[in-house]
Write a protein that binds this ligand. Structure first.
Ligand code: GLN
Length: 194
């Protein structure tokens, strides 16, 4: 099973290392044709405006919409979550606009720009180590969205069918259980395809 990591900007290598810990193969994706070689896709953290701009330039908006439309799983972390959201608070235009969530960018105040904590994630037995870096949070969710994690009453992990998002950086710790959760989604979607 192969899982791609969109490699336009951001934390790509770390995601590949985490994917490989689950036993799946990780592959950086730089061109849209490479999406044909993977069964799932991670959109990493970085800077959402930059990632969005590069996605438009290289045809990834349509290509990823089509990929997700085929039921293949997509996991957005931090900036990747912003890129997947239908709406960005403050009126900034969306990018992929695939997931029925409204996100607020840089939503944790100045003193708290970066921090780490342990969080309960629905579906994962023990708390997961979460690293937040100028992180967004989810302000609103549509009816098909399942909330998986709250941090101080704010939504920071959620799922809608084949789409998974989190506000933090699961690739920056050696806790790869969220990658395992995603790899299981990819495996299930492949089994459903048979
Ligand atoms: N602040 C970034 C943005 O708005 C996201 C930060 C991150 O991915 N660590 O795009």
């Amino acid at each position: 099973m192969r899982i791609g990591v969109l490699a336009l900007q951001g934390a790509v290598t770390e995601h590949i290392v985490s994917i490989e810990k689950t036993g799946a193969q990780g592959m950086p994706i730089k061109r849209i044709e490479e999406l044909n070689e993977v069964e799932g896709l991670i959109i990493p953290g970085g800077e959402s405006t930059t990632i969005g701009k590069l996605m438009r330039k290289y045809g990834f908006i349509e290509a990823i919409r089509e990929f997700a439309g085929q039921g293949k799983p997509v996991f957005g972390t931090c900036a990747g979550m912003i890129v997947l959201a239908k709406q960005i608070a403050g009126g900034e235009p969306g990018h992929l606009e695939l997931m029925d969530i409204t996100v607020a960018r840089n939503a944790f105040g100045r003193q708290r720009e970066s921090f780490e904590c342990d969080l309960e994630v629905k579906g994962i037995a023990e708390p997961v180590r979460a690293v937040f870096i100028r992180a967004p949070l989810i302000q609103g969710v549509g009816p098909d969205v399942e909330v998986l994690t709250l941090y101080n009453d704010e939504i920071v992990t959620a799922r809608q069918g084949n789409l998974l998002v989190c506000s933090f950086h699961p690739e920056l710790t050696d806790d790869y259980r969220l990658h395992q959760y995603f790899a299981d989604m990819v495996e299930d979607s492949m089994a459903a395809d048979l």
